[in-house]
Ligand binder design. Sequence first.
Ligand code: PB1
Length: 320
Amino acid sequence: MFPETRMRRLRQTETLRELVAETSLERRQLVWPVFVVSGSKRREEIPSLPGVFHFSPDMLLEEAKKVADRGVKTLLLFGVPLQEKKDELGTFALSEEGPVQQALMLLKKHLPHLTLFTDVCLCAYTSHGHCGVLSEDGQVLNDESLELLASMALSHAEAGATGVSPSDMMDGRIAAIRNKLDANGFVDTLVMSYAAKYASSFYGPFRDAAHSTPSCGDRKTYQMNPANSREALREMQLDVQEGADILMVKPGLPYLDIIAKARKTFDLPIAAYHVSGEYAMVKAAAEKKWIDERAAMLESLMSLKRAGADIIITYYAPYF
Ligand code: PB1
């Protein structure tokens, strides 16, 4: 009890505070989400995500070299195809001419030591912007979407992906993808599942960047209700049974409780996605000089680690 017990003794100096710090975050645990466009010599900043760019494969290679030299060696690639390449089924998502497939081949050739995950979802490739196939009356068809998603994942594995990361939230997609990969000999291609992915209001800047806002309706019939916690553990358990290697919670900060529960419940690596809206909020407040950007960034990412995340996907990765 006070005065014999003084909690402030361990806070007296920076060295002491570092000595007893319970959580640490290293660049090796960060994943850098990147937007890949077709063409060459393209490095275009995204207005809603300052410091985040559309990269053509050649420019991504240049940037990835610099970021890897700083210690961030894992990327998560998102394709942003030309509008004219989009169709009702998102078939360009499967093409080896796609921006992701092209970037994978280049990165694997020149930077073979990098870990390359790819986003597997149809939303950026469909003319309607949903993550799955649409019925005539506008319903997202679950089972009809699985083969397309599995084939998309296979095209990424064939192009050199270390792992695939299904963000679509269709039921049964992890097993469909795992089976497709294994049936084609890609038994070592990882699956990082967006296992507990919420129908969040924090995705706006991403949809702006990926041109993937649904043209009708919303994603609430396949992404999770933010009100639900137990349901997240059920989703994760199913993905474990279907063959996921890594379980992701998304978004991050508004779902620290889910990350903590996942950590207590599962032995698989847990990833947290610090999404575009979380990044953009810090950027905007810092621009108005309301907060210290670097301090807010470090505190945000540390909170995700403290909650139990082993891996943190963040647009701040190159700046950590
Ligand atoms: O940073 C972000 O906001 C990520 C958004 C995320 C990417 N996996 C999705 C969110 C959404 O648009 O619903 C894309 C869904 N495939």
